[in-house]
Ligand binder design. Structure first.
Ligand code: PGA
Length: 254
């Protein structure tokens, strides 16, 4: 299910879950991936920052990548409690999630802030996973495409490439709820995002992976990943259980 040469990415977002004992989940994912599959799909786990170092050690020598869930846009300075892209990269992270809807909702992140963070990620050599998505009200008002296109237009830095940028479409109402848009709805949004990316970065848009996120489970992954312009998944709850996460990665098994 590689689409237009884009290598699929299945990314787990653990959110604020996991203690040191949870590194065993990463080990179980590493051990459970079939070598055949890894030729076809990239696998990423984004644990809380406290576990990045031990998770990087746990996947050492394997193709599983480790990423952060958030970053501060600046390189360093008097920003108590914050973590920069350079710090994540220093631990061995290779990706970072930018502008997740929970960051937007609970930490008042704006599209301009997302833009600055995406630049920070690029500066440190991390691939930024920029999240966009509409709320239930926005969907009911018929504003989905306007909302996600505006988020993209402001959030994505000039000169973004397929190597330094991934987009994740995550409808806010689908996150953690068990609800998902229909494949046709997802196809419409992803096509619109791809078109908007084309306006922003030109032909490079064809190389940027656009993930779907929101209640992706082993039972629906195959159907969702088959949708046109869906280049993988950003997985919350189901990434906390190795078998469930592996079940989603296996949606890419031939
Ligand atoms: P979910 O979360 O898979 O638990 O719905 C997705 C996300 O927030 O990235």
């Amino acid at each position: 299910m590689t689409k237009a040469g884009r290598r699929p990415l299945v990314a787990g977002n653990w959110k604020m879950n996991g203690l040191r004992s949870s590194v065993s989940v990463v080990e179980a994912v590493r051990n459970g991936l079939s070598p055949d599959l890894l030729c076809d799909v990239d696998v990423l786990i984004c644990p809380p920052s406290t576990l990045i170092s031990s998770c990087v050690a746990a996947v050492y020598g394997s193709p599983v990548a480790i990423g952060g869930q958030n970053l501060h846009a600046k390189r360093n300075g008097a920003f108590t409690g914050s973590i920069s892209a350079e710090m994540l990269a220093d631990l061995g992270a290779s990706y970072v999630i930018v502008g997740h809807s929970e960051r937007r909702a609970y930490h008042h992140e704006t599209d301009d802030g997302v833009h600055a963070k995406a630049l920070g990620a690029r500066r440190a050599g991390l691939c930024g996973i920029i999240c966009v998505g509409e709320t239930q009200d926005e969907r009911e008002e018929g504003r989905t495409l306007d909302i996600v296109r505006a988020q993209l237009a402001i959030g994505v830095p000039k000169g973004a490439t397929g190597a330094d940028t991934v987009i994740a479409y995550e409808p806010v109402w689908a996150i953690g709820t068990g609800l998902t848009p229909t494949p046709a709805d997802i196809a419409e949004v992803h096509a619109s995002l791809r078109e908007m990316l084309g306006q922003l970065i030109g032909p490079e848009a064809a190389k940027v992976r656009i993930l779907y996120g929101g209640s992706v489970k082993p039972g629906n992954a195959r159907e969702l990943m088959a949708v046109e312009n869906v280049d993988g998944a950003l997985v919350g709850g189901a990434s906390l259980v190795a078998d469930d996460f592996l079940g989603i990665v296996n949606a890419y098994a031939r």
